[in-house]
Design a binder for this molecule. Structure first.
Ligand code: NAD
Length: 486
C-alpha cells in the first residue's frame, strides 16, 4: 500500500463551494476497521448548518446565469472527462480505502468501486454531448422544440456498501445534465469521499458544483427537506426510503429511490451445476461484497427433482470461499461492515434455525479470528419461501435453498416477495431462460450472469424502490422537459 494510505487518516474540513472549509461544530465521525476494530480515521460530522451552507453553495452555482447549468454540454463534458481521469488516477487508493472501511474484499473494490465512477463520468459526458436538438412537427401545425433543462440542485444520499459506485450513479448523470450536487456519504464510509472531492477540485469542477457533507440520518433528513433542493437521489434501506418518499411527496419533490432486495436465483432443471464452469459467474449475483449487496439472489430456487444436487453445489461453493481480511487480495468474503450489522446477520441465522432451516455449511464465526466482524458464508436448506430469512433482507453471506415444481412454480415463488430488484436464471436453454426472466417481477435480471451495466436502466419494483439510475434513463432523471411551441 502506498505511503499516503497510512492509517489513521484524520480530516478536519468539509468540501463546500469549491473550498475546504471549517465545519460548523467539533462533532466528528470516527471510522472503525471492520477487520480489526481499530480506529482508521475521522471526518467532521456534518450538521444542519453545514448542510445549509452546502445547499446554498450548490444553489448559487446553479443559479449563476453564466454558470455550470448554462454552459454548452460539450464544455461540461470536457470537465467531466477530466474528473474521470482524476478519479482514475486515484483508483488504487479508492479501492483500498473502501475496502478498509466497509470490509469489501479489495479485489472486488478494485473491479467495481474503482471503476464505475470514471466509466459513468465518461459515459454521461458522451451521452449529454450527443443528445442533440429535439424538434418535432406539431400535430396542430407548427413545431415543438423539447428542451432538456437540468432539474436543479440535487441531494445525493448514499449508503455504505458501494459508496463510490452508488454516489456516481447520481452525481455523474446529474452533473452531465447541468445540475449541481450536495452529496451525503454514509457515516461508515466517509474517508473515500475526501479523494472524490480532491479529484473534483483537480479536474476544475467549478466552485459549488459538487459539495460533500458526511453526516448521519439527521443531516440526511435535513438535506432531503431543504427548501433549495430540487431533486433527491437516494440509495439505502426501504425504511429510510419510505421516510424520504413521504417528505418528497409532501414537498412535491422528484425522488429516485434504490432500496432493498430479496431476489431469486432460479436454477432450472436443465442447469449446468458444474462449479468449475459457473462458479465465477455465480459469485456476483449471490455473494458479492460479503452479501452486502442490494441485488443479490439470496433465495436460491431449486427444482425438486435436483434439490439435493443444488444444495450440494451451493454448500461446496459457499464452503470454498476464502474468508479473510478485506485488504488481503486473496480474500473472497471479508467481514461485515460493523459489529452492529454482524449482530443483525447473526440474528437472522438464529431465526433461520429456529424456523426449521438446516444449515449445510457455515452458520457461525470463522475459527481463529479474534478480531473483526466476520461471519461464515452460510447455506440454509429445507427453507420455505414464507420463512423470515426468505422474506427479509439479511445483507450478509447467507443463502436459502427453496424447492419448486416446474417453471411456473419457480416464477410464482420468485414473485412472492415484497421486493423486486435483481435475480438470475440458470439454464442451458437460452430461450427458456429469457422466458422465465421476463415473467419475474423485478427491475433487473440476468440469464447465467449478472452485473449492472452502465448502459441499461437499473432499479427496482415494489419495495425495492422507484425510478431508474444508469443508461439514458438515468440522465433523464436529472432533466426537466420543457416544450416550446413554435
Ligand atoms: P440506510 O437507509 O440506513 O442509509 C442509507 C443512507 O441514507 C445513509 O447515508 C444514511 O445516513 C441516510 N439516511 C438514513 N435515514 C435517512 C433519512 N430518514 N433521511 C435521509 N437520509 C437518511 O441504509 P444502509 O444500511 O446504509 O444501506 C443498506 C441498505 O441499502 C440495504 O437495504 C440495501 O439493500 C440498500 N441498497 C440498495 C441499493 C439499490 O440500488 N437498490 C444499492 C445498495 C444498497
Amino acid at each position: 500500500m502506498s505511503d499516503d494510505l497510512e492509517f489513521p487518516r484524520h480530516h478536519d474540513s468539509l468540501y463546500i463551494g469549491g473550498e475546504w472549509v471549517a465545519p460548523s461544530s467539533s462533532a466528528t465521525i470516527t471510522v472503525v476497521s471492520p477487520n480489526t476494530g481499530e480506529v482508521i480515521g475521522s471526518v467532521p460530522d456534518g450538521q444542519e448548518a453545514d448542510v445549509d451552507r452546502a445547499v446554498e453553495a450548490a444553489r448559487r452555482a446553479f443559479d449563476d446565469p453564466a454558470g455550470w447549468s448554462t454552459r454548452p454540454a460539450a464544455e461540461r463534458a470536457a470537465v467531466l472527462r477530466r474528473f474521470a481521469q482524476a478519479v482514475e488516477d486515484r483508483k488504487d487508493r479508492i479501492a483500498a480505502l473502501v475496502s478498509a472501511q466497509n470490509g469489501m474484499p479489495v479485489s472486488q473494490a478494485a473491479q467495481l468501486e474503482a471503476v464505475y465512477p470514471a466509466v459513468l463520468l465518461r459515459y454521461y459526458a458522451d451521452l449529454v454531448e450527443n443528445q442533440g436538438e429535439d424538434v418535432r412537427p406539431g400535430l396542430f401545425g407548427g413545431s415543438v422544440r423539447v428542451e432538456r433543462d437540468p432539474v436543479g440542485v440535487v441531494a445525493a444520499i448514499v449508503p455504505w456498501n458501494f459508496p463510490q459506485t452508488l454516489a456516481s450513479f447520481k452525481f455523474a448523470p446529474a452533473l452531465a445534465a447541468g445540475c449541481t450536487v450536495v452529496m451525503k456519504p454514509s457515516p461508515e464510509t466517509v474517508l473515500d469521499s475526501v479523494l472524490l472531492a480532491e479529484a473534483a477540485a483537480e479536474a476544475g469542477l467549478p466552485a459549488g458544483v459538487l459539495n460533500i457533507v458526511p453526516g448521519g440520518r439527521e443531516a440526511g433528513a435535513h438535506l432531503v427537506a431543504h427548501r433549495s433542493v430540487d431533486k433527491v437521489g437516494f440509495t439505502g434501506s426501504t425504511a429510510a426510503g419510505r421516510q424520504i418518499a413521504e417528505t418528497c411527496g409532501r414537498l412535491l419533490r422528484p425522488v429516485t429511490l434504490e432500496l432493498g432486495g430479496k431476489s431469486a436465483t432460479i436454477v432450472l432443471d436443465d442447469a449446468d451445476l458444474d462449479l468449475a464452469k459457473i462458479g465465477a459467474d455465480l459469485f456476483v449475483p449471490t455473494l458479492a461484497n460479503n452479501g452486502q449487496t442490494c441485488f443479490l439472489g439470496t433465495r436460491v430456487l431449486a427444482p425438486r427433482s435436483r434439490y439435493g444436487e443444488v444444495v450440494e453445489m451451493f454448500t461446496a461453493y459457499a464452503g470454498s470461499m476464502a474468508v479473510g481480511e478485506s485488504l488481503d487480495p486473496a480474500t473472497q468474503v471479508g467481514p461485515m461492515a460493523s459489529s452492529r450489522h454482524r449482530e443483525r446477520v447473526e440474528g437472522y441465522i438464529a431465526k433461520g434455525r429456529a424456523e426449521g432451516g438446516r444449515v449445510t455449511t457455515g452458520g457461525g464465526r470463522p475459527s481463529g479470528r479474534d478480531t473483526g466482524w466476520f461471519v461464515e458464508p452460510t447455506i440454509f436448506a429445507d427453507v420455505d419461501n414464507n420463512a423470515t430469512i426468505s422474506q427479509e433482507e439479511i445483507f450478509g453471506p447467507v443463502l436459502s435453498v427453496i424447492p419448486f415444481d416446474g417453471d411456473d412454480d419457480a416464477v410464482r415463488i420468485a414473485n412472492e416477495s415484497d421486493f423486486g430488484l435483481g435475480g438470475t436464471v440458470w439454464t442451458t436453454d437460452a430461450g427458456r431462460g429469457l422466458d422465465v426472466a421476463r415473467r419475474v417481477r423485478t427491475g433487473t435480471i440476468g440469464v447465467n450472469r449478472y452485473l449492472p451495466d452502465p448502459a441499461a436502466p437499473f432499479g427496482g419494483v415494489k419495495d425495492s424502490g422507484m425510478g431508474r439510475e444508469l443508461g439514458p434513463e438515468g440522465l433523464a432523471a436529472y432533466q426537466q422537459l420543457k416544450s416550446v411551441y413554435l
